[in-house]
Design a protein around this ligand. Structure first.
Ligand SMILES: [Zn+2]
Length: 346
């Protein structure tokens, strides 16, 4: 199974169980006139955004499942009858682009999908194969495991499962099975307009800036910036925990985050987690990453091994800043190590 999905799947499987039902996948939060954050409910996990313009709508990110993108379209329709004309893919990860097809299926071929060049290339190179891997191996194996776990009737310590535990597992199994069915229908829709550094949509009454500010969480992350509304949509460059780091470029990520900080905004809509007021979470992430990078660089300069480096680098003073500190910081250090030692291969 593709390594990204090994990480994402347990999250998705746990979370999917809590899905409340069609068209209730998101909490819609109005952040400015015509600008709405769609915060993924626990099962849905990743966010979207929609911006209602004079004659059309722009959407940012499309989630893991096309059905969730359809749920978001239902939410958009509660607010406006205008058609979605633009979809921004902030990066290639499946939980941000696998729902792309929903927009072309509802609004027709005039929908344009905007992304950085590298993102389009990575969707082709990694995103499309990962759908096949999930379909043929990842999800079937997870289903098998869930079935085995359920039928054993015992938890990992050999104790009998509680009724709540069984219900949770059954719901996970159900959601994995429905995800498998949905995967069969996924035809990844590729970005139709790509760019290197920036693209600006000049709409009546509003400019929408899409920026690539350097490598970070992936090698193609873009942010969407509304200068008039002072709103920034960050994709996974900035989330409410330590962002997923396994495909990242942590050293360069720090300067990309600093470039985000230099923009004039008061609210950020992250790829995961709630709307952020002000820049405090960004500052926490930068501080954590700078310490992590300094630790990695010092350890590498001393000729340590990765294991020695992991033992020597103490980042615990940042633990209160992130709910996923334990796993998130390990992933960040490991990936930074690969970047510093020069082993990252695109
Ligand atoms: Zn991501």
């Amino acid at each position: 199974m593709y390594r990204f999905l090994r990480v994402i799947l347990p999250l998705a499987a746990i979370a999917l169980a809590a899905i409340p039902g069609a068209a209730q996948s998101f909490d819609i939060v109005k952040v400015a006139d015509g600008v709405y954050a769609a915060i993924g409910k626990p099962g849905v996990y990743s966010n979207g955004v929609f911006v209602v313009n004079d004659d059309d709508v722009l959407v940012v990110d499309t989630h893991l499942r096309p059905s969730w993108a359809h749920d978001l379209i239902a939410e958009i329709r509660k607010i406006t009858p205008k058609p979605v004309r633009y979809v921004v893919d902030t990066h290639w990860h499946p939980d941000h682009v696998q729902g792309n097809q929903a927009y072309v299926s509802v609004f027709g071929k005039s929908v344009e999908y905007l992304a950085q060049h590298n993102t389009r290339e990575d969707i082709i190179r990694k995103g499309i194969p990962s759908v096949q891997d999930e379909l043929t191996k990842g999800v079937p194996e997870a289903i098998q495991l869930a079935e085995k776990t359920l039928s054993s009737g015992q938890d990992k310590d050999g104790k009998p499962r509680t009724p709540e535990d069984r219900t949770r597992l059954q719901e996970q199994l159900k959601s994995l099975k429905s995800y498998l069915e949905e995967l069969k229908q996924i035809q990844i829709t590729l970005p139709t307009i790509t760019f290197d550094r920036s693209l600006i949509l000049h709409k009546p009454g509003r400019d929408i800036h899409v920026y690539y500010l350097g490598k970070g969480h992936t090698r193609g992350d873009v942010v969407v910036y509304l200068p008039k509304e002072k709103v920034l949509m960050t994709g996974d460059l900035l989330t409410n925990g330590i962002p997923f780091a396994r495909d990242s470029y942590p050293v360069e990520w720090v300067s990309t985050l600093e470039a985000l900080g230099a923009l004039d905004w008061t609210q950020a809509i992250p790829g995961h987690g709630g709307v952020q007021q002000g820049k405090s979470q960004l500052e926490k992430l930068i501080a954590f990453m700078k310490d992590a990078m300094a630790g990695v660089q010092a350890a590498a300069a001393k000729g340590m091994t990765l294991d020695q480096a992991k033992a020597a680098i103490d980042l615990t003073k940042h633990s209160a800043s992130f709910p996923n500190f334990k796993n998130g910081s390990v992933a960040m250090v490991e990936r930074a190590w690969a970047e510093v030692i020069g082993k990252i291969q695109d």
